[in-house]
Design a binder for this molecule. Structure first.
Ligand SMILES: NC(=O)c1ccc[n+]([C@@H]2O[C@H](COP(=O)([O-])OP(=O)(O)OC[C@H]3O[C@@H](n4cnc5c(N)ncnc54)[C@H](O)[C@@H]3O)[C@@H](O)[C@H]2O)c1
Length: 474
């Protein structure tokens, strides 16, 4: 098959590279000359594990190329994929379809043979039909069908997700288009990955409903985590105990600083707006959006509590600023709320991130970038784990504590067990959804702690034992 892919961002580039690896002939097109120049030079403009090698292999095999010229990309193409951004529209929360409609218009002018115009971007229900109208209006002679093919890949694991998907969703209403789409996805169909064919509207809705459900699951566990802190339960044990129920599942049950990223924030907002526009509000999702904002604010309070009520004048080292590990994507990352709030509260903020600096340098003014966690910790009065990159999962905590002016830790991803943190020499610690017994989260000294516990002996072993009891097989 011959495929044109419009947009070489996180979705378009991965999809284009993977389709070429299926054996199709793919031309990727982007408007951004710097991106295309990089790609022609064999370099991937984003950080996505494994992508550069897979791209090189398919370029070398002559199946994959890059261009700025859409008409050239579309020559003889049986399918044209739109994989451009659909950010939140300023002011009202709707998805901004400017890029999608501009791409549709450009496709219309270049369409001189039958092709399926496939929308891979996440778009509101009804958009595929609007894409068809735009093309028909701009080129009444155009011979084409539209198809909706939302993408479910996760940044950081994008290639594996594309090559081994839970399912592929294809919305269409033409047999001719179905034949082409099934040929494109045949390599996955032959390996028994489910391909779900639906109408256009259902395919569009599946994507929003799936993302909103996942955002709800994360937000649910974050709210349970807040209550755990009040009642003395441990969210890690609670998540484990819940997640082992096959009806619930253990994914997306990790408490943390709130969801962020390129999809959940904008897609939940767009779905909520669609519900309001159609007088069928999705109240759960409206609440999820609100609670997620509160969750991020709660993290700021935690860090302030850790710093004995105020960060003013204190040096705070933040580990990880991308919205999750294994990506350089900073879109709507919790760090973009938390770090400026710390600076606003008078903290001197140092940050470390293995891949986030390129984007982060414009987005986080006023921070000092450090090379690694140990450099960042030197002389600091609080250390915050905000994104759980692998290199922050196996830190030498004792060394860190020794380097800090006051060894305090806000472990906002619950990476470390309380007894390990304490044994390493930290004098105060905050986590999410678990009270670190024996380590005061609020205040540093014995007295504060004794006041809080009414002078009772602190039970250091309890959370660790509770978790251990819940290991599978025991
Ligand atoms: N990022 C993800 O993890 C993810 C996952 C699933 C779905 N999605 C959806 O996929 C879509 C794309 O997301 P992304 O993260 O890849 O976006 P992105 O911003 O990384 O990439 C979009 C690219 O499209 C290019 N572009 C815009 N208009 C163009 C045009 N007319 N012609 C050629 N190129 C053009 C831009 O220059 C940019 O390189 C969005 O709708 C998003 O919601 C994203």
């Amino acid at each position: 098959m011959k495929i044109a892919m419009i947009g070489t961002g996180y979705v378009g580039l991965v999809s284009g590279v993977c389709f070429s690896d299926f054996g199709h002939e793919v031309v990727c097109v982007d408007k951004d000359p710097a991106k295309i120049a990089k790609l022609k030079d064999g370099k991937v403009p984003i950080f996505e594990p494994g992508l550069e090698a897979l791209m090189a292999r398919n370029v070398a095999a002559g199946r994959l190329s890059f261009t700025l010229d859409l008409a050239e990309a579309m020559r003889d193409a049986e399918a044209v994929f739109i994989a451009v951004g659909t950010p939140t529209r300023r002011g009202d929360g709707h998805a901004d379809l400017t890029y999608v409609m501009a791409a549709a218009e450009e496709i219309a002018h270049a369409l001189d043979h039958y092709a399926v115009v496939v929308t891979k971007s996440t778009v509101p229900i009804g958009t595929n039909r609007k894409v068809a109208e735009v093309i028909r209006h701009a080129n009444p002679a155009a011979d084409f069908d539209v198809a909706s093919n939302p993408e479910f890949l996760r940044e950081g694991a994008a290639i594996d997700d594309f090559m081994r998907p839970d399912r592929v969703v294809v919305g269409l209403d033409s047999e001719r288009a179905k034949k082409i789409m099934s040929d494109i996805y045949r390599p996955l169909f032959l390996r028994d990955f489910p391909i779900v064919y639906t109408g256009l509207e259902s395919a569009e809705m599946i994507k929003y409903a799936a993302n909103a459900f996942l955002a709800t699951k994360i937000t649910f566990i974050n709210e349970i985590a807040a209550l755990c802190e009040r009642v003395g339960a441990d969210i890690k044990a609670v998540s484990k105990g819940m997640g082992l129920d096959g009806r619930i599942g253990n994914k997306f049950l990790h408490a943390g600083p709130g969801y962020g990223g390129s999809c959940f924030p904008k897609d939940t907002k767009a779905l909520a707006r669609m519900g309001q526009d159609h007088a069928s509000p999705i109240q759960i999702v409206e609440t999820v959006i609100k609670v997620n904002d509160e969750t991020k604010r709660r993290m700021i309070e935690k860090i302030e509590d850790l710093c004995e009520g105020s960060c003013r004048g204190k040096t705070v080292a933040v580990l990880g600023v991308t919205f999750k590990p294994n990506t350089d994507d900073m879109r709507d990352a919790p760090s973009l709320t938390i770090v400026p709030a710390l600076i606003g509260a008078g903290a001197k903020v140092r940050v470390v991130d293995p891949e986030g600096r390129r984007e982060g340098e414009h987005l986080l003014p006023g921070v000092t970038w450090m090379e690694d966690a140990y450099e960042a910790a030197e002389g600091a009065e609080a250390l915050v784990i905000l994104t759980e990159w692998n290199e922050f999962r196996a830190l030498d905590l004792q060394r860190l504590a020794g380097l800090m002016a006051v060894p305090r830790l806000a472990d906002l991803r619950n990476v470390y067990e309380p007894d390990v943190v304490r044994a390493a020499g930290f004098v105060a610690c905050e986590a999410v959804g678990r009270r670190l017994e024996g380590l005061p989260g609020r205040g540093l000294n014995e007295e504060t702690d004794n006041e809080e516990t009414g002078g009772a002996a602190v039970l250091v072993e309890e959370p660790a034992r509770e978790t251990a009891e819940l290991q599978p097989g025991e």
